[in-house]
Design a protein around this ligand. Structure first.
Ligand code: GRF
Length: 190
């Protein structure tokens, strides 16, 4: 049976597309049951609509606390019997409500070699630090920022001529291979 996935995203959705394509090409034995977004105007919503994948808009501001928002989200995810959650550019911290419901079942992709350069600007921060390499990390999510146990990492060389644009292009190309491949490995081990 294909693993029932939820993807959480806030932005462009290129990783969402990479995962959907890997499924369509039989490289990943999964099904995206639902896309969860915190912004209904995020471009990723269109990517889901094109593929007839349901979208759930979690309106955090409608809830008194983040925990209550996540409780509503858990109810929604349970309707789809979601087994694994992949964050792909989801710009919110996950709290204990979701973590307790899906222990070791929530993973994230980050554009640096963690623990180096966590946070929102992993690509820019690596370039500014003038390190010779950065990369991509896939990790389990915990209550910190990009701090959970690492599942997979791959390096990218930073050339002296690299700009934010060229480095981001290299990082994203690697992400689109590493995320589906890592999900496929995780799923096959279950
Ligand atoms: C990726 O660089 C990912 O590593 C980071 O957010 C970005 C999402 O890009 N967490 P996209 O929306 O998948 O194109």
């Amino acid at each position: 049976m294909p693993t029932r996935l939820a993807i959480f995203a806030s932005g462009t959705g290129s990783n969402f597309v990479a995962i959907a394509d890997a499924i369509a090409n039989d490289q990943l034995d999964a099904q995206i049951e639902v896309l969860v977004v915190d912004k209904i105007n995020a471009p990723v919503v269109q990517r889901a609509a094109e593929r007839n994948i349901p979208v759930f808009h979690l309106k955090y501001k409608d809830f008194a606390t983040k925990e209550l928002a996540e409780a509503a989200l858990v109810t929604e995810l349970q309707k789809y019997a979601v087994e694994l959650i992949a964050l792909a550019g989801f710009m919110r911290i996950i709290t204990g409500t979701l973590l307790a419901t899906y222990p070791n079942k929530i993973i994230n992709i980050h554009p640096s070699l963690l623990p180096a350069f966590p946070g929102r600007h992993g690509i820019d921060d690596a370039l500014a630090a003038q390190v010779s390499q950065t990369g991509v990390t896939i990790h389990y999510v915990d209550s910190g920022i990009d701090s959970g146990t690492i599942i997979a990492q791959q390096a990218v060389t930073i050339e002296p001529t690299d700009t934010i644009t060229t480095l981001a292009t290299k990082i994203h190309a690697l992400e689109h291979v590493l995320y589906p491949a890592t999900l496929a490995k995780l799923i096959s081990h279950n």
